[in-house]
Every structure is written in C-alpha cells, then in structure tokens.
Design a protein around this ligand. Sequence first.
Ligand code: ACO
Length: 322
Amino acid sequence: MKYARIIGTGSALPEKVLTNADLEKIVDTSDEWIRTRTGITERHIAAEGETTGDLAFLAAQRALEAAGVKASEIDLIIVGTTTPDLIFPSTACLVQHRLGANGCAAFDVNAACSGFVYALGVANAFMRSGQSKKALVIGAETLTRMVDWTERESCVLFGDGAGAVVLEASAEPGIFTTRMRADGGFKHLLFNPVGVSVGFKDEPNHGVRISMLGREVFKVAVKTLDALVGETLEDAGMKEDEIDWLIPHQANLRIIEATAKRLNMSMDRVIVTVDKHANTSSGSVPLALDYAVRSGKVQRGQNLLLEAFGGGFTWASALLRY
Ligand code: ACO
C-alpha cells in the first residue's frame, strides 16, 4: 500500500467557554486588543479534573465512528501533546485502554504546537513501511493548565481541545508528503521552565508557565512557515493553485494570513477556527480539519495543506488528498 489515507475525523472541546469579555475582568486587556492582534474572540477551557486524555478519548471515539472502524482494528495510536495527563504512562496508552484497543503500539510525540502534524508524519512513515494498516493519530492539549492568568501577554492566546484522524493504508492517495523540522536554538523564545529533570519550583502552579517572547516568536513563525509551505509544494511537485484548502495551526490570524498570502490563496480557501478555539497547540490542526469536514467545506478528493509551528522551535507540514 502506497498511501496513508484519512478515513475519519473527530474532535472534542471542553464545555466551558471563556470570552474576551471574561478576560477583561481578569487582566488589563480588551476585546478590541485581542481581536485585532490575534483574531481570537473566545476559547474553551477544561474544567477541573477534565484532562487531555479525556478530550483525546472523545475525539478518537468520534473519529472511529466517522471512519466506521472498531477500536480493535487499530494497530497504532500516536498522540501529539505537550500536556499529558501523567508523565507516564503516555496519554496514548491511557486512551488505548479506554478505547479497548489494547495491544497495539501507542506512544506520545512532544513537538509543542506542531505535535499533531509531527504525529501524522510518523504515522505516515509507519504506513508507508508496512508497519501499520490502521492508525489513530490524535492532537490533544489542556494548555491552559500552563497559563499564568495574571500575564496578559500570554493568557489571552490559549485554549483547550483535541482532534483525531483515523488513517488507513490505501492504494489511493492519501498523504503525498510530510515534513518535520526543528531548531532547539530557539528555546529561549518559547518554553516552560520546569520539568521532572530540572525540577519543579516553589512558585504558583509549581513554576509551570508559558515563557514567551511573543513578538520574536511571531517573526520567526511567519518566516519559517513561508519557507515550509514552499518546500512542501516542491516535495509533492504541486503548484499553489492545486491546493484546495490551507489548514494551518491556529495561533494568530495574522500569521495565518501571511502564510495564505505566500501561497496566493484568498482567505476563503483557508480554514480558520482561531476565533472560536484560540491556540490549542497540538489540538489546533485536527480541530480545524474536523470542523472543515463536518461543516462540508472540505470534500473528498480535495488537496489539503496542513502546517504547524511551535515551541522547540518545531515546524511541520503534510500535503494530502482527502
Ligand atoms: N492586552 C492589552 N495589551 C497587551 C496585551 C493584552 N493581552 N498583551 C500585550 N499587550 C501590550 C504590550 O504590553 C505592548 O505594550 P507597549 O507597546 O506599551 O509595550 C503592546 O500591547 C504591543 O505588544 P506586542 O508584543 O508588540 O504585540 P504584538 O502585535 O506582537 O502581538 C502577540 C502580541 C499577539 C503575542 C503576537 O506577537 C503573537 O501572536 N505572537 C506569536 C505568539 C504565538 O503564536 N505563540 C504560540 C506559539 S505556539 C506554541 O508552541 C505554544
């Protein structure tokens, strides 16, 4: 089988919605500032006790249902996440057991916001090498657990959510190409300063927070994504006008618009969910894909370009026929 093909999508969002107006009551910000700088109007926030694994499980169930595939048929589960329920077992193992897919390969990929697209690239490699016939690829996060709600520069940007796809090995396309890149030299621009090995801190939330130089991240993201989409088209031997939909990482509407401009794509060929979901890190691309499929925008046979950029820095893309 030459290709990995998406045969079902699903997603899950926490019930609780936090609007820009709600944030105005917490920090010194305004709906106007948030909307004009980012395009965000609201985001979903996980309730106390609601975990990344819970959202991943729901998204996976919905993707399996859409694909008409039983959990027992799945031979590989990869979860892209930076906010796992536990340090171990992996969220993929927790989800596997809840689905009843026990026995198959299951692991997490941590590539920050690029987590889902990285996971898709890994699953594609498994399928192309014949090691998997039916895979579940999930992007799931509760990134707001890391948010410092007193820091207006970052707290307005993030939300929680998950999306999933079922992949099947197929003679029909399929994923044409995937790219995964990273540069650890940019750690200082975007990171979480605590962890098991360096230790936790005697600070609010044990020191867990998002340390970000937003303006610098913005500049590198635009430049890097510009090059990434060009390389991806070249890899696949495609031209800009052969892409039906751009499904970008949903961090900031201005970054998305810059990438669309690079591709000569009008915004009506770009899937935008950042307004309603904010930046859900690994959840963002599969959430946007599932929204696009269920709303009838994305149709079978269309070419989709998925891309993401995140902490690491990491960046990744996938060009596929849906
Ligand atoms: N409300 C009101 N004012 C604010 C807020 C806020 N929430 N946040 C910052 N400001 C102020 C700043 O203090 C600054 O004030 P000053 O001019 O008096 O100094 C002013 O607004 C402008 O700040 P900038 O940082 O220049 O604003 P910018 O236009 O760059 O937008 C933003 C900031 C939205 C963070 C943007 O740079 C961005 O989106 N960067 C990318 C961030 C990103 O995508 N991060 C996630 C990466 S993915 C991952 O892996 C987690």
